[in-house]
Write a protein that binds this ligand. Sequence first.
Ligand code: SAT
Ligand code: MN
Length: 580
Amino acid sequence: MTANHSPLRKWVDEVARLTQPEAIHWCTGDDEEFADLIRQMTDDGTLAALNQDSYPNCYLHLSDPSDVARVEHLTYVCTERQIDAGPNNHWMSPADGHAKMDALFAGAMRGRTLYVIPYCMGPIDSPYSRCGVEITDSAYVAVNMKLMTRMGSAALARIERDGSFVKGLHSTGDLDPERRFIMHYPEELSIKSIGSGYGGNALLGKKCHALRIASYQARKEGWLAEHMLIVGIENPHGETHYIACAFPSACGKTNLAMLIPPESQPGWKVWTLGDDIAWLHLDDGGTLRAINPESGYFGVVPGTNEETNRNAYAMIRHDTIFTNVARTANNEPWWEGKNEGAPAIDWQGRPYDPANGKAAHANSRFTVAAQNNPAYSRLAEAPQGVPISAIVFGGRRKSVAPLVYQAKNWRHGVLVGAGVASETTAANVGKVGVVRRDPMAMKPFCGYNFADYWAHWLSFADRSPRLPKIFHVNWFRQGQDGKFLWPGFGDNLRVLRWIIERCEERVAAVETAIGYLPASGDIDMTGLAVSDDDMSALTSIDEDEWRAEIDAIGVYLESYGERLPDELRAEQKRIAKELG
Ligand code: SAT
Ligand code: MN
């Protein structure tokens, strides 16, 4: 298969001249090709077959130990003017960015195969979908792209129809962290990434295209590309509300998207549409509709078990690629929190020795097609997407943020999103557990100046009277003893039910300066052992802490200078004043 589309052919020729591959392979995306690539990688040691009796079609990839997470400090947005990338991004001029990358790409694919991967983000026939082509020298990337996106001939046909696509050039290079860079050129709709084979750095359809480049496109075209899961919550009468939730990486988006209702909530069902990214568009009637641009999951493995996420546990029992987990003596995958079996070989391929730390890497991942998910929503493939009732922001906060609160209106909700903070996780290289601002959980992913991004969010208020309600949740609140106050996982449904009742205007709430909080007794606690004291700590605010928090948000927002929208500043001041 090759393209008729001449800009694509021309680009592939140019890249081949620069990178000097030994062979060029145009991906069709069919099952035979997938099987061939897997066979080739098990032959050359890129993948190891896991126990094919208990884990059919499951494989393990161990990355270079220096290449196990996203590298925000090496990730750049290259716009003509630095101010357009904003203080939230590392910046380089497009000319410098290309010069730097082209020097690194020169001859980078010698002796390797160049894969051309046409892909479509979103259902092939959706007007909201956008296509891209990734060129890579990694077969591991090619098979992951097959699981994560609509990849191959159908995408190529759409590219030929649309006449446009996002260009992504990737090479694993020599994996030297000194020669590792992830560059984005939003004004040219292109990406260049070298020196890493890890997920978010190398699967360019994901964070690079579907968030950084798409957020830029979305602003120009009047929609939103967000770091959000999409979930359908069906009540016992068969009515379903769709909710989009933004949490930073490794804060439980996949678990919430696949939530299993506790036994005490009979008749409730939860359907997954997406676990990481949502593209949101206003339809002609002013309803905000969401599609998931991806078609698979690249989820955190540790902690996944029968109790925490039964659906995920079943889903990754077959047809799954594991990255950086450990193995048992029986050649089954193993990870901390699996609650079954014991590690024999760690994620670096060494005999397991607790002195070397964890058996599986804290950011070890599974890649699996969404179709494997027993709770996959039948509307996940719908070209028109699903109507969103509520947008939920959240972070990992030991203190300050209550279990749940509702913004008073859209403008206030934008401030709530802009003020999101979270303790850092293993999904990014760097220190874990430090609180940092992560507006809309997009700090690593917004492809342009956050100040302009907030203005874009605010502009929706004038475009529709029927926008979703906005909430903030925190599943990670701790007591004085450092224990989590809220059980999380399936019990989060109780909080989602309150959110839905608020959307349907069926329940009152307690008004405070920071928003509406649940009144005592309004969150269903049937069958749940959380003490009254803990519940009141979870559903109240400490005004001193909040005065400090709102001040800190004000200082953070001001760091965006002149471009900061006045409306946002005014909203922060209003709350500061109400808190007194
Ligand atoms: O960036 S990845 O997509 O690899 C994982 C994450 O951080 O959410
Ligand atoms: Mn993510």
